[in-house]
Design a protein around this ligand. Structure first.
Ligand code: SF4
Length: 522
């Protein structure tokens, strides 16, 4: 890791350790206490991130938060951070890199307290800056707020313009920093953090699953549609945990209690746990892509084990698109459960024809566009002994940009496969996401750029291609479609997206397709 670790161990109430505005010498945003809304510049969370929070007096909360973030590493590999409160002060350590790169014994030992919130952030090229690392902290005269956010507001541009009078570029005043600043401003007025969150959230439109803390409280809240997951767990009688996924509860020894409800605010302090509504729940709209790709297979959402749902997606695919073949192989790692399901249902033997280099992370220096195929080869190896002369069904979770799929088919072909049949557990990904997943604009989505599945098949070089149907996906998930956001497949956005935001990603016909910006597909 080339960047320096940064701690803010003395972020006292009132912000004595902070100077007025701008950035400090270490590149961190600096709060400006005493004005309506303190100024901060942090990057927006562009893709799936993870949040974790713990209230457990007497426990090593920083270390438990570290383990929680470690379990959630798949949701964000660009940066990691933990803020800890001890009743009087809030301390922060955050930096670029994987959780295990950002923290060591020394940094964890400096984070002492009873409450912690943590965050990991997903990588996108161009946004790999330390200033994007969360939790974000704003000290005010009424206390300090530290916030970790998963999701994306669709109205942050308007909020910045109308509420803050800012004309800064979109990337400089972002949703997570706006949310933190708005809560801080309300906190200064009311002195009550629950009230501050309730008031500030009235202005927010979009997706937010948040873990936050003040000097003496852990808070967790979720947008009215519940687009990103957030669950609550109990640490025996020792405290509570909130996390993006249930897999992070297991790892710290917490028992799953329930999901945080859409529009619910949970406050945990020495008086116990209190729940209130900050917004009327809207139509439930959990991101169905959590079931397909984002969530870890051992997590539960809506009471369903993700691994089982993905296995059923594979079985469904086998029924919809059967083919005579010799072997079914997954694209590691997220294609595994669906490939198992396809093999079980079809009776075709399951095998491991692609080996993944486990040590390639998002922080790995990516090859440039001319070296795209090299990128796939660095990540995956096709085994000639398994694939040579065989008719291969290769199963993956989804096709977004298509770059990687073309490289994978080419790898399998060169390993000697006689036929390659690609099966995709998700329907064609045709519409951009505005709720916290950076699938870039519509020009980069392969299924939006080309006219037919046949053309996509030709583009990736497969002998046949079968996508999951929308009905097949819903049947595999095993829950009513009304519970989900499926907008990237059907274009029906559950939360209205302002025209100026939509226009940024819908310029399909007016401009040439941009080159994908990283070697790895989503
Ligand atoms: Fe999830 Fe797609 Fe909806 Fe975005 S548009 S929240 S990726 S289902």
């Amino acid at each position: 890791m080339t960047s320096r670790k940064v701690s803010e161990p003395d972020c006292d109430r009132g912000g004595a350790a902070w100077r007025a505005g701008g950035r400090d010498s270490r590149g961190h945003g600096i709060a400006r206490p005493g004005i309506g809304i303190p100024a901060l510049h942090f990057g927006e969370c562009r893709e799936g991130c993870a949040v974790f929070g713990i209230y457990a007096p007497g426990e090593d909360v920083a270390r438990l938060a570290y383990f929680g973030l470690f379990a959630l590493q798949h949701r964000g590999q660009e940066s990691a951070g933990i803020a800890v409160a001890d009743g009087r002060r809030v301390a922060l350590h955050a930096d670029m890199g994987l959780v295990q790169q950002v923290f060591d014994e020394e940094s964890l030992s400096r984070l002492t307290g009873d409450i912690a919130v943590g965050h990991t952030r997903y990588s996108t090229t161009g946004s790999s800056q330390r200033r994007n690392a969360q939790p974000l902290i704003v000290p005010t005269d009424a206390g300090t707020v530290a916030l970790a956010h998963n999701g994306n507001l669709v109205n942050s541009y308007r909020l910045a313009r109308d509420l803050l009078g800012e004309s800064t570029p979109f990337h400089a005043t972002t949703d997570s920093s706006l949310m933190t600043r708005m809560i801080a401003a309300q906190l200064e007025q009311s002195g009550d953090i629950a009230e501050a969150i309730a008031q500030a959230s009235q202005e927010w439109r979009g997706a937010y699953s948040v873990a936050a803390l003040t000097e003496d409280k852990l808070l967790a809240f979720r947008d009215p549609n519940g687009i990103r997951p957030l669950c609550l767990g109990a640490l025996d009688s020792r405290g509570y945990v909130v996390a993006s996924e249930t897999c992070a509860l297991n790892v710290v020894g917490a028992d799953f209690m329930r999901e945080i409800e859409p529009g619910e605010l949970v406050v945990i302090d020495k008086s116990g746990l209190r729940s209130s509504r900050i917004a009327l729940a809207g139509r439930p709209a959990m991101c169905i892509f959590e079931f397909i790709y984002f969530a870890r297979p051992d997590s539960y959402i809506y009471g369903s084990l993700i691994h089982e749902a993905r296995r059923r997606m594979g079985a469904q695919l086998a029924r919809t698109y059967p083919v005579d073949a010799d072997i079914v192989i997954p694209v590691p790692d997220t294609g595994w459960p669906a490939a198992i399901g396809y093999a079980e249902e079809s009776g075709i033997p399951f095998g491991q024809g692609l080996i993944k280099n486990r040590y390639i992370a998002r922080t790995f220096i990516q090859p440039d566009q001319r070296q795209r195929e090299l990128g796939v080869r660095l990540k995956l190896t096709a085994m000639q002994e398994v694939l040579g002369g065989r008719r291969v069904v290769v199963v993956d979770d989804s096709i977004v940009r298509g770059t990687t799929k073309r490289g994978i088919v080419s790898l399998i072909r060169r390993a000697g496969a006689s036929e390659i049949h690609v099966r995709i557990a998700a329907p064609p990904y045709r519409y951009p996401c505005f709720y916290g997943v950076d699938t870039s604009d519509r020009r980069e989505l392969l299924a939006a750029r080309v006219d037919s599945v046949e053309e996509i098949r030709r583009t990736i070089g497969a002998d046949s291609l079968g996508y999951q149907t929308m009905d097949g996906l819903i049947e595999a998930v095993g829950l009513p479609r009304e519970l989900f956001c499926c907008a990237c497949f059907d274009g029906h956005y559950p939360i209205e997206v302002p025209d100026e935001v939509r226009a940024r990603k819908f310029a399909l016909e007016s401009q040439p397709a941009a080159e994908p910006t990283r070697a790895a597909d989503v």
